[in-house]
Design a binder for this molecule. Structure first.
Ligand code: GLU
Ligand code: ZN
Length: 494
């Protein structure tokens, strides 16, 4: 049997980590089995669906290099793959269930349903929801309602006795008493639109889906779906509900933990390869040790039985680490290409970059490569090079246990050492060791002398290593900045 799986998002918001994890697991499982990966857009809720979310879905999968074998845009033998283009089909299947006695028309008004709910609450009734009022309408009663022009909904006749069991690859058998299953949910609404349950089951069947891999929050719908399959006389697919994705605090991953939309990760400068690699390890592992996998490798080694039963933790720090590793693997040219948009956006460079700046940029990329976690980090690291920012306040020059006066003294002496050493043709590494000696002579910590120099050259207290900073700026510019800083400090201490 050829494996066929699907990713079936509702385009109601931006693609987030949890959704993408579901997509990846489906995709890798399909590939590893030589099967097919289908994309289906579940936009039955027309109010909440948006064009933007749909575009974001395509963009996200494109960016991750996930190609679907059947689905929107590419088509396929079971299309269309957008549910709003299949509404006639669902109507037909709902009516088929009415004809076979597995579903029925319900004419209840919203007011009546509200009253029922209020009463159930007041009586603390064990049965909550629809009271199955129209389940036993006689044909005369039904015709009467039709005459009144009421547009009915179609409800599923959920058995009131017995149990329903479905098998989940990870969780084993899951059984519910039928009486605890939602009482006769709506399949087709009054306006002829299907609900999620009907469209989902009909499509999974018609599209030949063999395994349903989806988030665990859908487990409660499982028995209902199986009852639907039985009503149609269809064989249900195998289920594999995926463990939840949590933040480090054990709560379901949400905006509280940080951004979760893939678009945000892309904008911050995460690489698709890194995100794919890391997300594939959230709730899955190969052998508990190996962590680095290319897409091609995952397409081979992904194994559904190795999905964890317990929730997966999404650790932003770990992702940063992965991303840094992937950045380190890039060639200098590729990295430069990837960084340019960030530098352009920051206004540091233009489309037609001068050869001077290009040279600076080439050097910068080499210096920054070992330090970047995400591509956008380059902006903070490069400000000093492409602009000459003012030092915000003289206190910035002052390291712990230092004051303005000693900081001024340290920078003056540092400057003298630099001039002398460099005139003698010493390397910047030698200069640095002489500056370190200066700290000892002054009886202060190393930071006491390096902070004033760092702030003088970059106007910030975090930056690339001093030698990189100096080399990138060049002697002339470095000296200019140190003199300017000395002037500022001098005014303060006089
Ligand atoms: N449209 C549902 C969702 O957005 C799909 C659930 C399923 O995979 O069955 O999660
Ligand atoms: Zn009713």
């Amino acid at each position: 049997m050829e494996v066929k799986v699907r990713y079936a998002p509702s385009p109601t918001g931006l693609q987030h980590i949890g959704g993408v994890r579901t997509a990846l697991f489906n995709y890798f499982f399909a590939k590893s089995q030589g099967g097919k990966f289908i994309l289906r857009v579940e936009d039955t809720d027309q109010e909440r669906s948006s064009e933007e979310a749909l575009q974001d879905l395509y963009d996200t999968l494109d960016w991750l290099n996930i190609k679907w074998d059947e689905g929107p845009i590419v088509g396929g033998p079971n299309g269309p793959y957008i549910q709003s283009e299949r509404f006639e089909l669902y109507k037909k299947y709902a009516k088929q269930l009415v004809a076979s006695g597995h579903a029925y028309y319900c004419y209840c008004s919203e007011e009546r349903l509200d009253e029922v709910r209020t009463q159930q609450k007041a009586e603390k009734s064990s049965q909550q929801g629809y009271d199955r009022h129209c389940r036993n309408l006689s044909e005369e009663e039904r015709i009467e309602k039709e005459k009144q022009g009421i547009k009915p909904v179609i409800r599923l006749k959920v058995p009131t006795e017995g149990k329903t069991t479905f098998h989940d690859v990870l969780m084993g058998d899951i059984t519910r008493k039928n009486i605890d299953v939602s009482p006769d949910p709506i399949l087709l609404k009054g306006d002829g639109f299907p609900t999620y349950h009907l469209a989902n089951v009909v499509d999974d069947h018609l599209m030949g889906i063999t395994h349903i891999m989806r988030a665990q929050e859908w487990i409660p719908s499982g028995p209902l779906h199986v009852i639907l399959y039985e009503a149609f006389g269809w064989e249900p697919p195998l289920y594999c509900h995926l463990p939840m994705v949590m933040g480090k605090d054990g709560q379901k991953l949400s905006k509280r933990h940080g951004s979760t939309s893939v678009r945000d990760f892309k904008e911050k400068g995460y690489l698709p390869e890194a995100l794919m690699n890391y997300v594939s390890l959230v709730g899955w592992s190969f052998d508990g040790e190996r962590e680095f996998f290319s897409q091609e490798e995952l397409e081979k080694v992904f194994d559904i039985t190795k999905i964890n039963k317990s929730p997966g933790v999404f650790d932003y720090k770990k992702l940063d680490w992965f991303n840094g590793q992937y950045i380190r693997l890039m060639s200098d040219e590729d990295l430069e290409k990837a960084l340019i948009p960030y530098l352009e956006k920051a206004g540091f460079i233009d489309k037609d970059i001068s050869s001077d700046k290009k040279k600076k940029l080439d050097e910068l990329v080499v210096c920054a490569k070992p330090r970047l976690k995400v591509l956008s980090d380059i902006v903070e690291l490069a400000v000093f090079l492409f602009t000459n920012p003012e030092v915000a306040a003289p206190e910035m020059f002052v390291a712990k246990k230092m004051d303005l006066k000693t900081s001024y003294e340290a920078l003056s002496k540092t400057y003298e050492i630099m001039i002398e050493d460099l005139n003698q043709g010493k390397s910047f590494e030698d200069v640095e060791s002489d500056i370190t000696n200066l700290a000892t002579d002054m009886g202060v910590k190393v930071n006491g002398v390096f902070t004033p120099l760092r702030v003088a050259l970059t106007s910030t207290t975090v930056s690339l290593p001093m030698s990189d900073t100096y080399k990138l700026l060049g002697k002339e510019e470095s000296f200019k900045r140190i003199e300017k800083a000395l002037e500022m400090l001098k005014k303060e201490v006089e």
